[in-house]
Design a protein around this ligand. Sequence first.
Ligand code: ES4
Ligand code: ZN
Length: 326
Amino acid sequence: PLTPAQVLALPKVELHLHIEGTLEPELILRLAERNGIRLPWADLADLQKQYEFTDLQSFLTLYYANMAVLQTPADFADLTRAYLARAKAAGVRHAEVFLDPQAHTVRGVSLATCINGVAEVLEQSEAEFGLTSALIVTFLRDRPAAEALAMLEELIEMEAPIEGIGLDSAEVGHPPADFVAVYDLARAHGLECVAHAGEEGPPEYVWQALELLQVSRIDHGIRSLEDENLVNHLVERQIALTVCPFSNVRLRVVDTLDVHPLPEMLARGLAVTVNSDDPAYFGGYLDDNFQALVTTFGFTAADLAALSRTAVHAAFLTEDQREPLL
Ligand code: ES4
Ligand code: ZN
């Protein structure tokens, strides 16, 4: 079997990573002190006790609460730098990074503060960390679609350095159909389109993301397996699914990793990629997710390389940018 050192050394591509989900407890405390913010936790150990989740919402509540410490462009830059350093150590060669601006603007942090803080560091990712990167702005589906639309208009107006848009947060009750106008505008401006669908929500939401939002990748999508016609459609079109094993276990989408449907998804011919989602919350980064596939399912170097190949093809890169990664 592969050794941990060999897993670490494999070149990897990250397509589903929320930058706010890389906010580690130690950095939360450091930024709270720097910004004079009082947290409800007594100390690091007390904060670390909060990381047990029963579903997506129980995680989102802590995820949004912890963001209170992110106040200045420097905070967002430090967060992004810490992620890139960790990603480099994990063998990541290309990362497409989600940012949730509404989670910051609703608490009085400006759009420019969060975008510029993250973007200024991503611009240096290749020079400083040896990996290429792109920024994808994700809209919160449990907030009004009109708010997302207004924010997208603002992002276009300010010529924000974004590659595409996504859709995330609490899924059930917030169908992709509500966001058609947002995606139409994004597409009209040449932005790439992805959406979380089929994480906690039904296969119908995956259909809506494909047919109404015209996304080119589905984030999660694991509940697609409940709809045979959908599986066939995803296989025929080779639509990439950005699957996040540790996330699915920690948010109780699956009971344990050994019953995760990832091997079945691959066997069905789905274009599966493996990603870390919110690694500071779910127990590990991309190398840790890869390592768990080795330990739990006996994945070989060839199996892991095939996952990375699929991710290279699903990435928003030109053929010239893809080539060195293949
Ligand atoms: C998320 Cl795992 C997950 N699902 C939906 N929205 C999210 N935002 C951050 N992580
Ligand atoms: Zn996600």
